[in-house]
Design a protein around this ligand. Structure first.
Ligand code: FAD
Length: 570
């Protein structure tokens, strides 16, 4: 039965979806519905607690998708976390607010995305942001910034947590990182990220709570009568406008199960915007008849738009950990990060590594094309991988991130490669929307990814063993000298890396914004190719990995998408 007619329907009240909902409903004559599978979590301590990272994992607000067994990493599957709540994954994430390297956003333009570059995205980063200046004490503890790159009037509060680890600890960690040649940088969010710094978080400092998308973008506008929120409502598919005379197919609504378990259909007069996340939006496209016709037909779905790359190009990163015992206990928020270039990680071996990777590009492309059953194109992948290669070796943008958390009698490092080459996919396995998808990130499919991770693991050991830390660090707990002795071979390191990794939860590109002949799914306005009125606005559209964490960039993309939508209709 039909319960509502709206101008716009937004599927997924998450990080991106709530930005769109807020901006489109600014005009009181425009009606907007948000359909969110999860519930409100404003009173959930696992969300609001600024020191509660991880508390929400495995609870009802974590989708905890499972990957297929990972063929290049011992056939183990991985848990792919994502938030199921108003606010989406921003309610369970690590709250880091870190954008991207300018050159990598500029590279989007080379993928057929005219007008998408750092310079044109920066105003949207700023528009989304309400930067809270650090207190005098936080400044002494190393919180630093360039106000020119921050916004102060946006919805999203960013800044440093109350209770930061203090000045002495910062000096110690700074000395540790700079001992490897990595410079201190004051501002990681201005497009130049290489260095050691103390990064800001998405936090409401006054209330001392997490700043998630719900709190930032929904709460202030929840009373708008033209904005309707359906919670605990699970979208199955979009419906097609059979009466449309348009030669390009149009959708006219969505089907979902409401909070009471009833089947509902609502209508969209203008557009449906999919913001269900990189591990959902492509599935909703497929279930609606937009995707690879071979896959759709296999599951008895009518092909409305044959767009074979829907669900392809899935990219994630892999996280490793290094743990050390310490004779000192620290308590307070650690927001210490180092961003390392290929030369920082590989030193004198950088030239050799460069030659090896350059010589492997054709093979990488072939492997990825084969894994896609020929959906991806050899020449296209060579082109994309050369752009990726140039970012790593010519532009020398950061390739590794290393975080350090000084804690109770220990010091924990976590690290990940920022720019893996491996590509996987996500596809439906049935026409029943509740059947889990086949999610295959193909971790460590290509040897650059493994070598990079090994190089970074070794750098962690170097940091822990630096002169700066030698009075504090007393031993290695993990990976441990027993399993990975000093001077261990790369084979030994590889075993340890593959045995101990997890998903970095930075899934992107499953409905990539690229030219259609490069395998794109959406155009520069984030409209799905071949459909008149469907957009994807979430991490799915990000075509290449970013060096920062994802939300900062997703908020900016969503602000920009809202402008594009307004341009068409307002
Ligand atoms: P989401 O925010 O996930 O929104 C999707 C929404 O759609 C969800 O609310 C979901 O419930 C809903 N939905 C899904 N399917 C349906 C359906 N069928 N019907 C209705 N609703 C549906 N990024 C950072 O910037 N900093 C960090 O520190 C950081 N740490 C992270 C830690 C973890 C554990 C994880 C998992 C991620 C982390 N990230 C971090 C990544 C970042 O949080 C996500 O990439 C980002 O929030 C994704 O935004 P999105 O809009 O694409 O999707």
């Amino acid at each position: 039965d039909s319960v509502g007619v709206y101008d716009f329907i937004i599927v997924g009240g998450g990080t991106a979806g709530l930005v769109i909902a807020n901006r489109l409903s600014e005009d009181t004559d425009t009606s907007v519905a948000i359909i969110e599978a999860g519930d409100l979590v404003f009173n959930n301590k696992n969300v609001s607690d600024v020191d509660g990272y991880g508390l929400a994992f495995g609870t009802a607000i974590d989708w905890q998708y499972e990957s297929v067994p990972q063929a290049y990493a011992g056939n183990k599957s991985q848990t792919m976390r994502a938030g199921k709540a108003l606010g989406g994954t921003s309610t369970i994430n690590g709250m880091a607010y870190l954008r991207a390297q300018a050159a990598q956003i500029d590279a989007w333009e080379h993928l057929g995305n005219d007008g998408w570059n750092w310079k044109s995205l920066l105003p949207y980063y700023k528009q989304s942001e309400h930067f809270q200046l650090p207190t005098a004490e936080q400044c002494l503890a190393g919180a630093a910034y360039d106000i020119g790159v921050h916004g102060t009037t946006g919805y999203l509060k960013t800044g440093w947590n109350n209770g930061l680890l203090g000045e002495n600890v910062t000096s110690l960690i700074n000395a540790t990182y700079t001992s490897t040649g990595l410079p201190y940088i004051q501002e990681p969010n201005g497009g130049s990220m290489r260095g050691f710094t103390r990064y800001p978080a998405t936090v409401d400092r006054e209330l001392n709570v997490r700043e998630d998308a719900g709190r930032a973008y929904y709460l202030p506008v929840q009373n708008r009568t033209n904005l309707h929120l359906y919670t605990n409502s699970f979208v199955q598919r979009m419906t097609w406008d059979g009466a449309s005379k348009n030669s390009t197919p149009r959708v006219d609504g969505v089907q979902f199960t409401d909070a009471s378990g009833k089947q509902k259909t609502i209508s969209a007069k203008k557009e449906v915007i999919l913001s269900a996340g990189a591990l959902r939006s492509p599935l909703i496209l497929e279930l609606s008849g937009i995707g690879n016709s071979a896959i759709l037909q296999q599951h008895g779905i009518d092909v409305k738009v044959d767009l074979p790359t829907v669900g392809e190009n899935l990219q994630d990163q892999t996280t490793g950990a290094g743990a050390y015992s310490s004779n000192t206990s620290f308590s307070g928020t650690a927001d210490y990060v180092g961003y390392f270039s290929v030369a920082d990680i590989f030193g004198n071996d950088t030239c050799d590594f460069n030659s090896t990777v350059r010589g492997s590009i054709l093979q990488y492309a072939t492997s990825v094309v084969e894994a896609s059953n020929g959906v991806l194109d050899q020449k296209v992948m060579e082109k994309l991988f050369m752009i990726h290669y140039d970012l790593i070796f010519k532009d020398q943008i950061p390739i590794s991130e290393i975080l350090v958390t000084p804690g109770q009698d220990r010091m924990d490092f976590s690290y990940w490669g920022l720019l893996p080459f491996s590509r996987g996919s996500i596809h439906i396995q049935s026409n029943d929307s509740t059947t889990p998808a086949a999610i295959n990130p193909n971790y460590f499919q290509l040897d650059y990814d493994l070598k990079q991770q090994i190089g970074t693991a070794k750098t962690v050991r170097k940091l822990a063993g630096s002169d700066a830390l030698c009075e504090v660090v007393t031993g290695e707990l993990s990976p441990g000298l027993q399993s990975v002795p000093l001077n261990a071979s790369d084979d030994v390191w590889a075993k340890a890396v593959k045995a101990g990794y997890r998903s970095n939860y930075h899934y992107i590109s499953t409905a990539a914004m690229m030219a259609q002949d490069l395998g794109g799914v959406v155009d520069t306005n984030l409209s799905v190719y071949g459909v008149d009125n469907v957009r994807v606005v979430d991490a799915s559209v990000i075509p290449f990995q970013v060096c920062g964490h994802l939300t900062a960039t997703i908020y900016a993309i969503a602000e920009r998408a809202a402008d594009a939508i307004k341009q068409r209709y307002y």
